[in-house]
Design a protein around this ligand. Structure first.
Ligand SMILES: Nc1ncnc2c1ncn2[C@@H]1O[C@H](COP(=O)(O)OP(=O)(O)OP(=O)(O)O)[C@@H](O)[C@H]1O
Ligand SMILES: [Mg+2]
Length: 334
């Protein structure tokens, strides 16, 4: 049986740009799919096709058991959408925006009011509730937009870059909201530029590039595909590189790579921290002084880079959450 979100061979062209080139997806009910991909990969176009905002040239899409192309109105009633760019009415207050959404979904006025109060609280907007949203900061708008998508609790939700523009604290809070939502049975498709976010929230990940899904799996499966653990050693003296390479050969399960100018050796391993201790002892026995040694596991950043050839988009406020990017880039040139 197809999942709560199902797509098969979605194609969408804009003039001579083939934005979607045969996208297949299948998201089991009650799970989160993280859609990753570089800018222009086709993430937003996928979301727009699945949420009836855009008609694909060909292909099939079923959401919440309803055919998206044949019954778009019924699909719209079963989904919630938070777009990449916040869509709130500038001249209404935060509270009015949320109440209006409730009424659009045929809630009674009293119920819509109560739901607005709840959401304003949950998204830390209570203090600003009665100000027109044109006075809100970017992060506040984004939070309000997400709150609006949650006014009714639809069985299937789409969030296009939900935490872009949020500071790390607000991002964490939103992750909690999303987790609660999913534990209640909601199926979610989420696009994100923050790989840590996908790692944290998504059961499955699909990497999109040039309108195609180029890899699919759990975060662990994708990491394993990219290559497992490795030990990196920086020796103190250039003259010791050769001896150190001999030592590592005995422990590694693949070729050792050597970066002469940084005196860094890297070898794929299995065995984790225990092996690390053994390597340190052996290097010490041979009188090799080391400046640094570390066990590295692949991150989703490594996966993304090896699949797409791009480093994930750097966002100015994302630094704290995205440690290790610079390392990733260095890996690439090795
Ligand atoms: N309305 C449109 N008219 C023309 N071209 C479009 C339109 N919408 C999208 N495209 C093109 O389709 C491709 C996919 O765009 P899309 O917005 O889906 O990418 P994305 O993965 O969401 O990127 P981002 O990470 O920047 O949000 C791009 O080449 C884009 O320029
Ligand atoms: Mg987009």
């Amino acid at each position: 049986m197809p999942g709560a979100i199902y797509a098969e061979g979605l194609v969408k062209t804009f003039g001579d740009v083939r934005a979607l080139d045969g996208v297949d997806l299948d998201v089991p009910e009650g799970t989160v799919l993280g859609l990753l991909g570089p800018n222009g990969a086709g993430k937003t176009t996928t979301v727009r096709c699945l949420t009836t905002l855009l008609r694909p040239d060909s292909g099939k899409a079923v959401v919440a058991g309803i055919d998206v192309l044949k019954q778009p109105d019924a699909v719209r009633r079963s989904i919630g959408l938070s777009g990449q760019f916040a869509a709130v009415d500038e001249y209404l207050t935060g509270r009015e925006n949320l109440q209006m959404v409730g009424q659009l979904y045929q809630m009674r006025a009293k119920q819509a009011k109560a739901r607005a109060v709840e959401l304003l609280e949950q998204f830390h907007l209570t203090d600003a509730a009665d100000r027109p949203t044109k006075t809100y900061s970017g992060g506040m708008r984004r939070r309000l937009d997400l709150a609006a998508a949650l006014v009714v609790s639809p069985p299937v939700m789409f969030m296009d870059e939900p935490t872009t523009g949020l500071d790390p604290r607000n991002r964490q809070q939103l992750w909690e909201v999303i987790k609660q939502l999913v534990s209640g049975g909601t199926t979610l498709l989420l696009t994100t530029q923050y790989l840590e976010e996908a790692d944290h929230l998504a059961h499955d990940i699909a990497v999109v590039d040039q309108g195609k899904v180029i890899a699919k799996g759990t975060s662990d499966q994708l990491k394993a595909r990219t290559g497992g653990e490795r030990v990196e050693v920086v020796v103190h003296e250039r003259d010791h590189i050769q001896t150190a390479a001999d030592v590592l050969r005995g422990f590694g399960k693949g070729d050792t790579t050597v970066e002469e100018h940084t005196r860094k050796l890297t070898v794929p391993v299995t065995g984790g921290a225990k092996l690390l201790a053994e390597i340190i002892r052996e290097l010490d026995t041979r009188g090799i002084e080391i400046d640094d040694i570390a066990l590295r596991r692949p991150t989703l950043d490594d996966v993304f880079l090896s699949l797409t050839g791009h480093v994930a988009e750097e966002k100015p406020e994302g630094n704290g959450a995205q440690g290790g990017r610079k390392d990733t880039r260095k890996e690439a040139v090795k």
